[in-house]
Structures are given as C-alpha cells and as structure tokens.
Design a protein around this ligand. Structure first.
Ligand code: AMP
Ligand code: MG
Length: 513
C-alpha cells in the first residue's frame, strides 16, 4: 500500500495540542490533539477491502501492510491525531466529547484528485476517551465493517471501511450493562470518508465562543467539501446551512427507504456531509415498526426509533443552527430554513415511497394510501424488505394470502387476510392511474427495494463464526452486500428465524463497543 501518500492538512491549519498525551482531559480552544495508536503485538487480518484501497489511492495490500492497518507502523512525517468535538446526547448538552476511540492518520488524494480521510477505530485511548479504553471489540468492529459497506452498495451516503483486524488483545466489556463483564477479542477497523467532521465540531467551537476558529472551520469545510457554494460573507454560511439541511433530509429518506435505524442520533454522530456515521447499536428493520429502536439505552423514551429519525434530524439541525448563529446572525432565516426542512423531508420521503411502490409521481391521495399501508404493516407485522419483494412479484392469478404469508411475522387469519386483500385492491387501482408502463414501474421498484439487507441475526452469526476461527459467512455476506438489488443467495431472502426474537446482540443492542 502507498501509505506515504497520506497528508495532513487538517492539523496544519487548526489550533491543536501536540503534547501526544493520552490522558483524558478537557482541551479548550483546540480542535485536535496528537496521539499515537497504542500498538499491538500480534495483529491478524480478518478482512481487507481491496476495491476501496485501489479507489482511494492506497493501492494493493501486501503482508507487511498489516502493521499499518492496526496502527503499529506509521508513514514517515505523519503525526496521528484525534479531534475534539462536542454534542447533544439524548437531547442534552454533553459538553466536550471527541474521538475517543478513533485516531486519524490524515488524508490521501487519489490520481483523480479525490480526497479521503483515513481513521483507525479501536487503536487506543486519546485525550477524549473519557473513562473508556479507546479499544473496540470484534463484535462492534465486524458490525461497522460490514454495515458501512452494505450501506455504500445500497447507494446510501456513508463512511466506508477499509480493513478489519484482530489486535491480539482481549478487552473487557459488559455488553448488556448488567454487571457481567466478559473478555472479548479486540479489533481495529480502518474507516474512510471524505471528511469525518460532525455537527459536534461546530458546536464545540461555538460553545467555547471560539468564533475565529469557528469561522476558519466553516471556511475550510466549505472550500474543501462544498464546491457548489460560491457565495461570500454571511450568505456563504446560510447556503452552507441550507445545503446541510438538504443533505441530511436526503440521508434520512434513504434510511427510510432501506429500513435502517441508526440508534444513537446524537449530534456528535451527525456528519456535516450528510453521511451515515458511527455504526453502533444500529439495525436494519425486520418487521416494520415505526417505534422500533435497537438501542437498549434508548428504550425508555425511544427517542431514536425508526419512525422518529426525520423529526430528530430536524432537532439536531436546530442545534447546529444555534452553533452557526454567531456567523449567520439571522434568526428568521434559520427558523424558516428549519421549518422548510420538515416540508422538504416529507415530500422527499413520500416521493421515495412512490418509487418503492412503483408509482410514477406523488398524487393527491397518496398520503392517505401510505398511512393505510403503514397501519397494515404494523398490524400484520410484515417484514419491510420481504413485503416489497413480494409486491414486485405479485401477479393477478396468485392467492394473495399465500403470496405474502412468508413475509409476515404473524399468522394471517381470515380477518388479516381480508385486510391485506383490500389493501392490494387499493394498490392495484392506484397502479392503474400510472402514466408509465408496468415494466417501467417494476424497474423503478427493483431499483428502490433491496433484495438483500444485512439483518442483525446474520451479523450475529457471522461474529460467532469469526470468533470460532471461520470466515465462510463473512465471505458470503461480503458478496451479498455488494449486490443488494439481486438475489444471489436465496437463503438470505427470508425472515429472521424465530429463535433470534429475543437474543441480546441481535434484537437488542447496547452502545458497548
Ligand atoms: P458513541 O455513542 O459511540 O458515538 O460514543 C460517544 C462518545 O464516547 C464518543 O466521543 C466516543 O469516542 C466515546 N467512546 C465510545 N466508546 C469508547 C471506547 N471504547 N473508548 C473510548 N471512547 C469511547
Ligand atoms: Mg460517536
């Protein structure tokens, strides 16, 4: 790999602490602290993403590169660093946070001029680790590695994953926070993104009244990542905020399209580029449930439930608006933009649903149709992915109850079957008002409805296998997730097996990482 191509513009520009001190502490007035990865004696490679490595300019993997992948060997002239950010967690201001188990190497530019930041996750403590160890376990690392790639191939904006390796260390974790700590295998993932900047970076500078640095950070971000913004002065910052609103709304719509629940939508987990970032207790939806939250910490309030993600993203943008206010100084603009966000999101959301159903355009009565459909999905406990797959395969001569029975987590008795039949009738009559052909409509559905989604139980099985020294399922899932709109492996096109209904780490997850 060409690791000597890695450059470090970020830390050359912003105020930082270069003491290379891993002790946890507050670092006022700085945006980063230099810190070296811990170093691991017996690393072992589990997976490497060759295509991504080539794409970003790192080239081919050789055996000696493993030391770089776990942070043992660093390119010359590189100072590795962790960034400081702040955030609102579960609705409350949490003050200074920061990269607690992520360390940045810098960024690489490929031959086409595309820039990519490179970051180790789980490579050791930083000044921002608070009371934790900066390590990551195999479980959470496999989940990040596979899901971020699955999202990429689904077409959802996301950070990506380059490699997954055992550190050779064991790490203590209390997975369900119930006083039963266990030793788990440690792992490091390298993840990449155009930028890992979060809402929280801007919130930190604003809360500390570091307005000069805030302005510099804004200018840096716009210049480097928002070439479409050409305005100047405070209009530039207004355009920036509007742009983030649009990107965030589009991201939420994409999460709804594929059935992704993030689980910890704190503002420190919100990417300034509108990427899916920080894969923790996330889940793809099996049975459709607007109230579903995979995160056990979120269970009392279900703040981050599937159906709330649009609303919560707006709340998060409101916190960003507060942070940017000193630069924009126009409350009415910020308020109007946030109000427009709601309308924009819902329209984009409904248009997305139209594509899932194969409707040519959003019509007046579609909103009512979607509400009825949501009710049906919840009541008859349909699997989100399988329901649409079966809808695509529906023909006029099938028995509707039979056709959908394997897509439901409940028994379709006569009453339920009649509800389903009525719904399908209303669907077919809505299809008749399409101005596009049935073939075009079907193509639209096939592009919008994945055939393969990375369900939690599959991840659970994959992690168990890797722990037992096997990688067959990992390889199979890697193939499947690269082609999510095809059915490569029919065994993945079925519901979650009932044995997994209440399995910890499967239907419920914690932030323990
Ligand atoms: P999360 O909820 O995963 O986004 O994490 C919230 C904060 O806790 C972030 O600042 C993380 O960097 C930090 N954090 C989470 N797990 C660890 C860990 N194992 N070691 C150090 N910091 C951590
Ligand atoms: Mg985080």
């Amino acid at each position: 790999m060409n690791i000597e191509r890695i450059q470090q513009p970020f830390i050359k520009i912003f105020p930082g602490d270069t003491s290379n001190n891993p002790m946890q502490r507050n670092t006022p007035k700085v945006l980063f602290s230099t810190i070296k990865p811990a170093g691991f004696e017996k690393p072992q490679l589990i997976a490497f993403n060759e295509a991504l490595s080539e794409e970003i300019g790192l080239g081919k993997y050789e055996k000696k590169d493993l030391d770089f992948l776990v942070g043992n060997h660093l390119p010359e002239n590189i100072q590795t660093y962790a960034t400081a950010y702040a955030g609102h967690q579960f609705g409350n201001w949490a003050g200074q946070l920061g990269d607690g188990r992520a360390i940045l190497a810098g960024e690489i530019t490929n031959d086409a001029g595309k820039r990519t930041e490179i970051q180790w996750k789980g490579a050791g403590a930083t000044p921002y680790s608070r009371h934790a160890d900066g390590r990551a376990v195999l479980r959470s690392s496999v989940r990040e590695y596979l899901m971020s790639e699955a999202m990429f191939h689904l077409g959802v904006p996301t950070t990506r994953a380059l490699s997954l390796a055992f550190t050779g260390e064991e790490v203590v974790r209390d997975i369900m926070y119930n006083g039963n700590p266990q030793l788990e295998k440690g792992a490091v993932v390298i993840r990449t993104a155009e930028s890992f900047l979060r809402f929280g970076h801007f919130e930190l500078m604003s809360a500390q009244r570091e307005y000069n640095t805030l302005e510099e950070l804004l200018d840096f971000t716009i210049e480097n990542y928002f070439p479409e913004i050409t305005s100047t002065d405070s209009q530039k910052y207004k355009d920036f905020f509007e742009n983030i609103c649009t990107r965030t709304a589009n991201l939420m719509v994409e999460w709804f399209r594929v059935g992704f629940v993030h689980g910890v939508m704190n503002t420190d987990n919100m990417s300034i580029l509108g990427l899916t970032i920080d894969y923790g207790p996330y889940s793809m939806m099996d049975e459709y449930d607007l109230n579903f939250t995979p995160n056990t910490t979120d269970l009392p309030g279900r703040r981050y439930a599937f159906g709330k993600q649009g609303q919560i993203s707006q709340w998060n943008l409101w916190q960003l608006a507060n942070a940017l206010h000193p630069m924009i100084k126009d409350e009415k603009f910020l308020e109007d933009t946030l109000n427009r966000y709601g309308n924009y999101f819902w329209e984009a959301h409904d248009k997305m649903l139209c594509r899932k159903f194969g409707f040519d355009e959003l019509k007046k009565n579609d909103e009512e149709f979607f509400t009825n459909w949501q009710g049906l999905m919840q009541e008859l406990q349909f699997d989100y992915t399988l329901f649409f797959n079966q809808l695509e395969k529906l023909t006029s001569n099938v028995d509707i109850k039979e056709h959908f029975s394997n897509a439901s987590y409940t028994f379709l008795n006569e009453e339920n079957s009649n509800k389903l039949k009525n719904f399908i009738e209303s669907y077919e009559s809505r299809l008749k008002s399409n101005t596009i052909s049935r073939e075009e409509s079907l193509k639209m559905m096939e592009r919008s409805n994945p055939k393969f989604t990375l369900r939690n139980y599959l991840l659970y099985e994959c992690i168990e296998e890797i722990e037992n020294g096997k990688t067959e399922l990992l390889e199979k899932l890697t193939k499947a997730l690269k082609n999510p709109y095809q059915e490569l492996f029919p065994e993945f096109s079925s519901k979650r097996p009932s044995g997994y209904d209440d399995t910890a780490g499967c239907s419920t997850l914690s932030c323990s990482s």
